[in-house]
Design a protein around this ligand. Sequence first.
Ligand code: FEO
Length: 407
Amino acid sequence: MGPVQIKDGIYWVGALDWDIRDFHGYSTPKGTTYNSFLVMDEKITLFDGVKKTFKNDLIESISRIVDPRKIDYLVVNHVEPDHSGSIPELVELIGPEKVFCSPMGKKALIEHYNREDWPYQVVETGHQLKLGKRTVSFLETRMLHWPDSMMSYLTEDRILFSSDAFGEHWATSQRFDDEVDAGELFAHAAKYYANILLLYSALVQKVMGKLPELGVDPVMIAPDHGLIWRSNPAGIVSAYGKWSRQESQRKALVIYDTMWEATAAMARAMCEGLKQEGVEFKLINLKHHHRSDIMTEVLDSRAVLMGSSTLNNGMMPAMAELLCYMKGLKPMGKVGAVFGSYGWSGEAVKLISEAMGEMNIRLVGDGLRVKYTPKEQDLTKCVELGRQVAREALALEAGGSCAKAGS
Ligand code: FEO
């Protein structure tokens, strides 16, 4: 779409990917952006590349500002291929005087692209680089999102190039937070956090604590995906504080897959119990929801109730997939329960309970199994289990702990 000036002499020169629908397992129904930033100073500097297939968009945008061969410095904040895929061809075209990256970034670039001959300049937290009238301060942010990740801060302009952090997967013709609907923007940002950064929440807290210590007080946060936070940078920083502390709402999810509707009937009865105790709930049939959308709901839920029919001595495949994905993202501080119908062997409830136990979800009860179709008394037990979970969730809100073993 061509360059967009974000401040005098500083340009967005990234690319819009309207078509991507899967980002390593995360559904992206509205595409994404790969943001790259050009700073015109005595040393002309490009911060981050784009995905390899979008390199022409990047070069075209740069060319409308300056001949790319006049770029002096290339800063690689993150080596994942959605940002570095275009770097080999950029280095070839630009012939930069220096390629700045973290120590892990240098290793990763060499391992990805087998180029030991690039003019690397390794930078660490606290290192500064003069561009002319501007100064860049670097901050290593290991695991946000890969070991090589770092952020770059323009100290005079107070612009933070934050790499993956504070981003969203959302392709839009707008570039700034105040140009789009705030509710939709934060919904995309929450999904991004829940699916990309949740497991690194402790590190997010550490980095956010370090920013003020290093004098980083941005008036603009420019991530490598999505919108640039120029009107409300404090809003996304505050949201990251809440998400990284894994603060939850008085909200429960009842997630299930069902073979012949028996487990579905149990799930609806669980919802009735939650409702009776005044806890907001969402009923999620795994046949109709993507795992990454479910994780977004998990982010601020206090209770997670999971049910599956038994299939071939195991659980339904969609439940196994969700548990695998969810375990990797390490949600914390939840209570839950397990349920499911079966015909003769009934292993699903035990297997789901084990998986939820590994996630330190405090389980209420021992798991509720019903043979074939639930009868009136079975559904009454489901309602009661929903009520018990709701009471545990409310107790948690009042300061209870999720750390002890399940009741
Ligand atoms: Fe946007 Fe971790 O790459």
